[in-house]
Write a protein that binds this ligand. Structure first.
Ligand SMILES: C[S@@+](CC[C@H](N)C(=O)[O-])C[C@H]1O[C@@H](n2cnc3c(N)ncnc32)[C@H](O)[C@@H]1O
Ligand code: SF4
Length: 394
């Protein structure tokens, strides 16, 4: 008999692994670095109306791809921890009406670590959530204030502590390469974070996104982020500390103990199938032997009206060409330490990868072939991943 872990791993490798992403598009305030599809609504939100729309969209998508078994659900945002637990419960019930839900389903909810949101944790657990991902971002109050966060480090750590007692699994996010951050200070902060982490950490290098307040401040010379050399040192420090402490990177920004990866995100990176529900959600569905890319209306009120009129919020619904699908497979798969199976690439693309390019990148130390035949990016290749992918896909 295979162990539970082996069974789970094989069900995730299986071509039919299927996940459901649900987007909650609201936040209490907008963080100055963030360009996610999140909106502030001081007038309050009619959660009942959203539940009806989510349920309708789930039913419509289940009609497009019936008979799937849901291996993972991810409630992301925005700030899903602003939802009432009953709202989360109703969404999960709608998913269970549309598809079969696997017995060992992973159900993750993204939560902001304020005390108000932590009060809802037990309600989420009762509703069926078994994993939380907390946006801690920093363990330093001055840095949290600069990031525009509504919580202190102590409050975030209290939410982590509570998450540990309520949920089977939890992870938290930190942002590094922040203004004025030195490698020494980050090493101390990361070590402290790992003391509090259980099995999983997401560590994102600060990106200055266009049209955000941070991008305006930076253009005006009022926000200075670490230069490329310092950012590289910060990245190297991150890899070294996490590996030494048993949390190696399994993806560019994600670290986990063995067998504790986020199974939902693995579905994206391994190029499997997923539904996307709610404003601005994306989906990849296999219909009649073709891979479809779907996306919904981003603006929450326009999405509601669209669903109420049409029964779904889709604004994009198109079959990908083999070339597009193969590029996407490379782009996503090479983010993973486990790399990609070149044979699977060939079956998607209808042609093999260019051996001369692979040989060149191997010589440059950017990629390697693993014992199982997978092609993967090396530690030297990860900081220039986009260039490596562009080279292979050309
Ligand atoms: C979609 S956000 C939602 C999480 C949740 N609302 C929160 O803020 O705690 C997911 C994560 O993306 C990361 N993130 C968002 N914008 C970023 C940026 N510009 N640079 C680096 N990381 C970013 C943050 O760590 C955040 O926790
Ligand atoms: S980082 Fe999180 S809380 Fe801040 S605006 Fe983005 S989604 Fe909202």
């Amino acid at each position: 008999m295979p162990s539970d872990e082996a069974r789970r791993a094989s069900s995730l490798q299986a071509a039919d692994a299927f996940g459901v992403y649900v987007h909650w598009p609201f936040c209490l305030s907008k963080c100055p670095y963030c360009d996610f599809n999140s909106h502030v609504r001081h007038a309050g939100i009619d959660e009942g109306r959203f539940v009806r729309a989510f349920s309708a969209e789930i039913a419509a998508m289940a009609a497009r791809v019936p008979g799937r078994t849901v291996a993972t659900v991810f409630l992301g945002g925005g700030t899903p921890s602003l939802m009432q637990p009953a709202t989360v419960g109703a969404i999960l019930e709608a998913i269970a009406r549309g598809w079969t839900v696997a017995q060992d389903v992973e159900i993750t909810l993204e939560a902001n670590p304020t005390s108000v949101e932590a009060e809802r944790f037990r309600g989420y657990r009762t509703a069926g959530v078994n994993r939380v991902s907390l946006g801690v971002q920093a363990l330093d109050d001055a840095a949290l204030a600069q990031l525009g966060r509504l919580h202190t480090a102590a409050e975030a750590l209290a939410a982590v502590k509570l998450a540990r007692t309520v949920f089977e699994r939890y992870s938290f996010d930190l942002i590094y390469a922040r203004p004025n951050q030195t490698p020494q200070a980050w090493a101390r902060e990361l070590a402290r974070a790992i003391d509090e982490a259980a099995e999983h950490l997401s560590l994102y290098q600060l990106t200055i996104e266009p049209d955000t307040p941070f991008s305006t401040l930076r253009a005006a010379g009022k926000l200075v982020i670490p230069d490329d050399d310092t950012a590289r040192t910060l990245y190297d420090v991150t890899q070294e500390i996490c590996s030494t402490r048993g949390l190696p990177a399994y993806e560019v920004s994600n670290h986990a103990r063995r067998g504790a990866q986020c199974r939902h995100n693995l579905i994206y990176w391994r190029g499997h199938e997923y539904a996307g529900i709610g404003p601005g959600a994306h989906a990849r569905l296999d219909i009649d032997g073709r891979r479809y890319a779907l996306a919904t209306e981003r603006q929450p009120e326009a999405w509601l009206e669209r669903v109420e009129t049409l029964g779904h919020g889709l604004v994009t619904d198109e079959a990908l060409t083999r070339e597009e699908r193969a590029d996407e497979f490379l782009l996503m798969g090479l983010r993973l330490a486990e790399g990609i199976d070149p044979e699977r690439y060939a079956s998607i693309a209808g042609r093999t990868l260019d051996q001369k390019r692979i040989d060149f990148l191997i010589e440059e130390g950017m990629v390697e072939i693993m014992r199982n035949g997978h092609l993967c990016v090396t530690p030297s290749g990860f900081p220039v991943l986009d260039a490596v992918v562009a080279d292979l896909a050309a």
